[in-house]
Design a binder for this molecule. Structure first.
Ligand code: FAD
Length: 139
């Protein structure tokens, strides 16, 4: 199982309707490609985790990166493991409050993350587990 986390910025702040549209398409496509993950959104900031077969996730990431509705897609984490962290979500979603985004930033220095973290690093597992437990208690 391959996991990746990327950050990006919405070109214009997403309306509820735009988000709904992205999520409907994502859930439909991801389900047929056995991709799971979560998308966290706050004030134009996007954090998405994708997990599944590496080839499928890479292909999807190429498509997502080319999507003009956001820009600056930056892959900041890659990880491999035997398990899925987000097995219940073809694409979980939460629009975060200021406090929730700050909580996530308190743990993940999002603005300072600019490189892929070593896949062997135990830290990648800790980061994904943090997002998993954040989502489990807030979704
Ligand atoms: P098409 O539907 O033919 O779209 C081609 C291009 O047209 C898209 O890349 C996009 O630039 C544009 N486009 C499509 N629909 C709209 C619209 N309603 N308004 C404006 N422009 C549009 N897709 C997934 O399958 N799984 C995901 O997990 C996923 N996550 C995403 C996260 C974010 C933050 C964003 C912005 C998009 C995400 N998408 C996701 C959507 C993805 O970028 C593609 O639009 C989608 O997969 C459909 O791809 P397609 O090749 O069928 O392209």
């Amino acid at each position: 199982m391959y996991h990746m986390l990327y950050l990006s910025t919405a070109r214009n702040l997403f309306s509820d309707e735009q988000l709904e549209n992205i999520l409907t398409v994502s859930r439909h496509n991801n389900e047929s490609s056995a991709i799971t993950g979560v998308l966290l959104y706050h004030d134009g900031g996007i954090l998405q985790v994708l997990e599944g077969e590496q080839e499928k996730v890479d292909h999807l990431f190429e498509k997502i990166s080319a999507d003009h509705r956001h820009y600056g897609t930056l892959k900041v984490l890659e990880h491999s493991s035997d398990e899925r962290y987000f097995d219940n979500w073809s694409m979980g979603f939460r629009r975060l409050s200021d406090k929730e985004w700050n909580d996530v930033e308190g743990y993940l220095p999002l603005s300072a993350m600019h490189a892929v973290i070593d896949t062997q690093d135990r830290k990648t597992d800790q980061i994904l587990r943090f997002i998993q437990s954040f989502c489990r208690s807030n979704f």
